[in-house]
Design a protein around this ligand. Structure first.
Ligand SMILES: Nc1ncnc2c1ncn2[C@@H]1O[C@H](COP(=O)(O)OP(=O)(O)OP(=O)(O)O)[C@@H](O)[C@H]1O
Ligand SMILES: [Mg+2]
Length: 255
């Protein structure tokens, strides 16, 4: 059975998309088949995996809104072996508005994650937008795991409580299979006291698992998406690539 994992945090710029792309790349490198679903109208995941946005005529907006549109019909291969993407474009913004008045609006994505699709992949990663709206809710209803990237910076934990509350509600009401796989420390800078303090306080919180792997601040991580490939392809020998391989192994053991 495939593992469906959402990358969620309503705070912007914490590394959700970076994690989806590079965890996807690392899992694929370890021999897994992986589908990355772009559920953010910003389409950073789509672009970061090398898809030309202008060429995306049908994407997640169609899948969520049109009853007959299958997920399989929009999936594209990436240049990375075993790594596919369900792309999006800006239409997803309008689709979210349209979805709002639809019956079963929280189930739109789950309905499209058919047995056939879920069994085709070892992992399905869903990149969420920086909001707690209907798109993120659809991801949480569809997933059996959620990873929460958290910046190891001052206000990083602000907002995580609100996210955990929504996750709890989803677990109670809509999706009992949803499990918090862990918080992922990102943008770590061991040279700063603040970074080290934040990591400590994250680990001290204690009520949720924190991944052992820490994603450090890295120029290479910022560069890789401009080349349209995961860091494991962009610079396989880098510490950042190794970190995502470590994370992939942790995720594989987390289920
Ligand atoms: N560890 C890192 N080191 C350096 N740059 C990073 C790192 N992680 C992410 N970035 C860069 O920071 C920016 C924000 O990261 P990313 O897009 O992954 O965050 P996000 O949570 O998906 O943002 P949004 O909420 O807007 O969707 C991107 O330009 C990305 O390339
Ligand atoms: Mg993003």
């Amino acid at each position: 059975m495939g593992k469906v994992i959402a990358l969620a945090n309503q705070k912007g710029g914490v590394g959700k998309t970076t994690c989806a792309i590079n965890l996807g790349g690392a899992l694929a490198q370890l021999g897994n088949t992986v589908l990355c679903i772009d559920l953010d109208p910003q389409a950073n995941l789509t672009v970061g995996l090398g898809v030309d946005l202008g060429s995306v005529e049908r994407g997640m907006a169609n899948v969520l809104i049109e009853p007959e549109a299958s997920l399989a019909s929009i999936i594209l291969h990436t240049t990375t072996k075993h790594l596919d993407v369900a792309p999006t474009n800006i239409d997803l913004s309008a689709a979210e508005v349209e979805l709002f008045s639809a019956i079963g609006r929280e189930m739109a994505l789950r309905d499209k994650l058919t047995k056939e699709i879920v069994e085709r992949y070892d992992y399905i990663l869903i990149d969420c937008p920086p909001t707690l709206g209907l798109l993120t809710l659809n991801a949480l209803v569809s997933a059996n795991g959620v990873i929460i990237p958290v910046q190891t910076q001052y206000y990083a934990l602000k907002g995580v409580a609100a996210l955990l509350k929504i996750i709890k509600t989803v677990q109670d009401r809509l999706n009992p299979k949803l499990k918090v796989l862990g918080m992922l420390p990102t943008f770590y800078d061991s040279r700063t006291i603040l970074g080290r303090d934040m990591l400590d306080s994250l680990r001290d919180l204690g009520d949720h698992q924190v991944f052992r792997t820490v994603i450090r601040q890295s120029v290479k991580i910022g560069e890789a998406p401009t080349a349209g490939v995961p860091i494991t392809a962009y610079d396989p020998k880098s510490d950042a690539a190794k970190a995502f391989i470590d994370l992939a192994k942790e995720v594989a053991n987390a289920h």
